[in-house]
Design a protein around this ligand. Structure first.
Ligand SMILES: Cc1cc2nc3c(=O)[nH]c(=O)nc-3n(C[C@H](O)[C@H](O)[C@H](O)COP(=O)(O)O)c2cc1C
Length: 307
């Protein structure tokens, strides 16, 4: 069983990765994406997106972090992959799942799922550029509008030399709307030989078991479920579906707030706190009470009092 913390732009940044991986259970995490157009970025771009590179490529609790690249230009992707690895990234992950219109308009992310040969070109360029022992993984959705190219896309990624494939069990058209279609992953599982990592809507130990049964793989990537319940990976690993008490979340919120105070403006700090509490309230009734107290509060001192 391998449990991976999902890349989530604007949500699972270095602070959230630190906090969640400290709860244990994760094998590695993937950074927010670095969007590659046609240039080789200086080191600071990678350090900004993945500050863990200054820490041996690991979160404070020791979980490795893999830099994710998004782009469609093979040479530029390869050059940036080499740089990320030289800076200490624990492999390279390539994003073929981003549904953003802006990103898709520039031919990056999920739009590439319409052309398996583009996936092939990007993955093989990255694979050829980084040392053979470095993991090159890819993350895709079931398709763009439908699943008609799903197996071709997975095969293109495998043939190009990727070491493993993560699939978010929805098409781009399906966005983030439930349910995730885990059973489709079983078709991919039968079609490729590299490890398949299932992703989408795994929010409890029970979800994990249902996903494993449907998808036929025991490796999963956890995203929003781990934001709502930071101990989710540990619960899955220990097979203990015990709801973490709110008392165990409160100190994490406090820790998060303190971390942010060192790096963000009061406005941004409040925004990030609200964002997380908004996720937490989907799982913890106590967070709903807190949400009502903070949703319109703009005074940092008063917020601190509430926390
Ligand atoms: C706010 C947000 C940001 C995301 N950013 C990324 C990203 O940068 N790269 C990526 O591959 N997927 C990204 N995703 C998709 C997630 O990694 C994951 O595939 C998706 O949320 C489904 O998994 P979940 O139901 O466990 O959250 C993002 C998702 C969310 C909600």
């Amino acid at each position: 069983m391998r449990l991976i913390l999902a890349p989530m732009e604007g949500l699972a940044d270095v602070h959230m990765r630190r906090l969640i991986t400290a709860q244990g259970g994760f094998d590695w995490s993937v950074s927010e994406f670095v969007r590659v157009v046609d240039q080789l970025y200086p080191a600071r771009v990678f350090y900004n997106m993945c500050p863990e590179l200054r820490n041996g490529g690991r979160t404070d609790s020791g979980t490795p972090v893999r830099v994710q690249l998004l782009g469609s230009e093979p040479e530029a992707m390869a050059a940036n992959a080499v740089r990320a690895v030289a800076l200490g990234s624990f492999g390279i992950d390539i994003n073929f799942g981003c549904p953003s219109r802006t990103v898709n308009r520039r031919k990056g992310g999920a739009v590439m799922l319409q052309e398996p040969e583009s996936l092939y070109r990007v993955v093989s360029a990255v694979r050829a550029a980084v040392p053979a022992e470095v993991v090159v993984s890819a993350k895709m959705r079931l398709g763009f509008d439908d699943t008609s190219l799903m197996l071709d896309n997975a095969a293109a990624i495998e043939t190009a030399g990727a070491t493993e494939l993560t699939v978010h069990a929805r098409t781009r058209r399906q966005g983030y709307a439930p349910p995730a279609h885990w059973h489709e992953l079983a078709r991919i599982r039968e079609h490729i030989r590299i490890p398949l990592i299932a992703n989408g809507d795994i929010c409890s130990v029970d979800d994990y078991h249902r996903c494993v049964a449907a998808a036929g793989t025991i490796d999963v990537m956890l995203g929003r479920g781990a934001v709502r319940m930071p101990s989710l990976a540990r619960q899955i690993r220990d097979n203990t579906p015990v709801e973490a008490p709110w008392a165990s979340i409160e100190p994490l919120l406090h820790d998060f707030w303190c971390q942010l105070s060192a790096v963000l403006s009061p406005r941004d700090r409040i925004g990030r706190l609200r964002q997380w509490v908004n996720y937490l309230r989907q799982r913890h009734p106590e967070a709903e009470v807190l949400w009502q107290q903070i949703r319109q509060e703009t005074d940092v001192q008063k917020l601190e009092g509430v926390l």
